[in-house]
Write a protein that binds this ligand. Structure first.
Ligand SMILES: [Zn+2]
Length: 249
């Protein structure tokens, strides 16, 4: 009798320890650096899905997102269309990996070298509208641009105004936040079109911040885009990655 109680206790103890170790390892599990900086091929990653295979309208082929944000975005799209069947709700940008972003950066860098003498000025000019490769939220597969990338569309066009009002009022119900809202000190200009799937993106930004706080060179060392060694890289990375809507943390 005594022996069986002992056995039960031992089993229970082992189970408790196992559960504890499992949850500790989940907590310690971190997002690899290459996932934070978009240095991988989303088309080969099975946590991603091709938007072409879903019912979401897109403005170009070959865009990908992580699966969970895609499912939630589809729900948002369907609910929007029930009320506003004639107003466009189109995905115009989703996952953009490092190489893709680097192409954008390189083109802009080349075209601005004649206008500005200081590399820092060129970077700041590009950063009004585009991210440094390795620092874009689009690298995470959690963020999308919807319908237009013009503030005028969302503020002045009648259809854009309806879309904007609906997004502002409803996207949180599907898990999305608006990282580049009005009223931040620093970072990108407001982007009414850019929405981020908070349950996953908040883990990415937490990890990014932890890395910047503990050893920023791990991140900056991975960035090799045009001008990276001629600008205040660390300060710019911190400003543009971290200066987002507090609702997105
Ligand atoms: Zn965007």
């Amino acid at each position: 009798m005594k022996k069986s109680v002992m056995l039960k206790k031992t089993t229970y103890f082992t189970l408790t320890i196992t559960l504890f170790l499992c949850s500790a390892s989940t907590m310690a599990q971190s997002i690899p650096l290459n996932k934070l900086t978009g240095q991988f091929d989303e088309k080969q990653d099975n946590s991603f899905i091709a938007l072409d295979s879903t019912l979401l309208p897109v403005n170009k082929k070959g865009m990908y997102l992580q699966k969970e944000p895609t499912q939630q975005l589809i729900k948002a799209y369907q609910d929007f269309k029930k009320i506003h069947p004639d107003i466009p709700f189109t995905i115009v940008s989703a996952m953009r990996n490092y190489n893709y972003q680097n192409g954008i950066w390189q083109r802009k860098w080349n075209s601005l070298t004649n206008q500005f003498s200081q590399p820092q000025q060129i970077a700041e000019e590009i950063l009004k509208f585009s991210s440094m490769p390795g620092t874009s939220r689009h690298h995470w597969g959690t963020d999308v641009d919807i319908t237009s990338v013009s503030s005028d569309y969302f503020k002045q066009d009648p259809k854009g105004k309806i879309l904007n009002a609906w997004l502002q009022q409803n996207m949180a119900n599907y898990g999305f936040c608006q990282p580049f809202n009005e009223g931040r000190k620093g970072g990108y200009l407001p982007e009414e079109w850019h929405w981020s799937y908070r349950p996953i993106a908040s883990q990415y930004i937490a990890q990014y911040k932890a890395q910047l706080d503990s050893d920023p060179t791990k991140i900056t060392y991975a960035l090799n885009f045009a001008g990276h060694d001629k600008i205040q890289l660390e300060a710019l990375v911190k400003e543009y990655v971290l200066q987002v809507n507090k609702n997105c943390y």
